[in-house]
Design a protein around this ligand. Sequence first.
Ligand code: AMP
Ligand code: ZN
Length: 515
Amino acid sequence: MSHPTFRLYNTLTHETEPVEPIEEEHLRFYSCGPTVYMYAHIGNFRSFLTADFIRRTAEALGWDVTNVSNITDVGHLTQDDLVDPGGEDKMQQALEREGERFANIYDLARHYTGAFLEDWRALNLREPEVRPRATEHVTDQLQAVIELVEKDHAYTTDQGVYFSVESFEDYGHLSGNTEAQQLEATDRETVEDPQKRDPRDFALWKHDPEHLMHWHSPWGWGYPGWHIECSVMGMRYLGDRFDLHTGGEDLIFPHHECEIAQNQALAGHPVVNYWVHTRFLQVEGEKMSKSAGNFYTVRDLIQPGPDDTHVPASIRQRGGVDPLALRYALMQGQYRKPFNFTLDTLETAARHVRRYRSVSEHVDEALAEDAEGPDPLGDRLDAIYERTLAAMCDDLNTPAATAAALEGVKAIEQTDRLSGAAARSAQDWLTRTNDLLGIVASEFESNEPHEASADSGLGTAAQNDAIEDLLADREAARADGEYARADAIRDTLDALGIEVMDRPDGTEWRRKVEL
Ligand code: AMP
Ligand code: ZN
């Protein structure tokens, strides 16, 4: 079978291009990771999922993949949309806010890094080959800064070391920002460094012995600027020519523009061929923000606590949604299009994921039975898989891919009696589809829904799914006037410790004894 051509939109060229790895059939790419000063939100994960889809698609084509996905634990300031941001350090600010909880800033970084990795696994993203931390690569960053000064791409002032934007002709190419636009994005609010040669120049190193994370440098105590870490860690683990780089659309300017300038100044030639950016996620039609009450971290949705009152009651009551339903919901928008995340999308996603699970169980049973009979599924499922892969190769069209895959689920559901041969075809298809899309987590135990913890009052998402299914059956029975069946289901729920309350505006349930 010949594979479709894998195409992605390249921000650098404004075109959807075939992905042609430098090393044949080996995709090497870098992904900007989280700044670990709070729990990651669902928008962050929209961007991280893009990298996961790139990896899975490349693997489905039979390619090797090397992905470096960093953790930013130093140097990210609050005004990060500005070229040379001022403001406060995000990590330091978080420590001031939450000081009581953490021994020091490293402890805070450790906590949020750990939480981030848990979310990552819960949403069934594959592990990157390298996950470097900025604080573990400060020596490399210092060496790069020294080299940039030696090459006259950077200069020092009393306040720090700056990259000279004028020394790099191509500055502005990626974002298309003109010099006037670049100037507009310079810092007007905080006091400028009067020794800066051009307001657009950005910091590679900041002198600051008071900063909670500081290192010794040829210029005294200080800490690195945010942009240099990604240039340095990218080239350290992927070499000075690699294929692709991912991040959210806010990173196009200034972060990636600056990265390109640093890379090229260090390497003497372009380093990255394809720049892939994920459009921001919106929630219920609006920009996600705490003040709008539509700001959700991943854990808000998969593991809400009793005090998370901004999380809809329907989700809190269930003890959170299945993390894989969240993943599936985030797949319902192609990464480059505006995507409006709604709770309706999440509910529909949860139903689809349940269908995958029950179809998988059905197939397992048929495999065990191994009945004689024909295989009406094999060719059909092969054709469906080809369409699914073609959709992913078409600039990661995840909504088309999930729609195609759902046809496979329906085909299996509608097959009357699965023979052993048909079950084998179905299982083979499920494995390939899950490898490509990660819909249900067959490969990792750790992707099973969160366990209830003793003090959280949460049930597991798997239990919740079962309860929701029973409630849906009961609703259906009541709607059909089958009251005896509806009552029997209520008894089953009762035996599971679930109290069902019929209210004028719908049915609610609660655990009689909190777990
Ligand atoms: P940060 O932790 O702020 O460094 O962000 C981590 C990643 O999430 C970056 O690639 C951002 O561009 C991306 N990101 C932040 N907000 C959103 C959003 N609402 N939608 C999609 N991606 C986002
Ligand atoms: Zn980065």
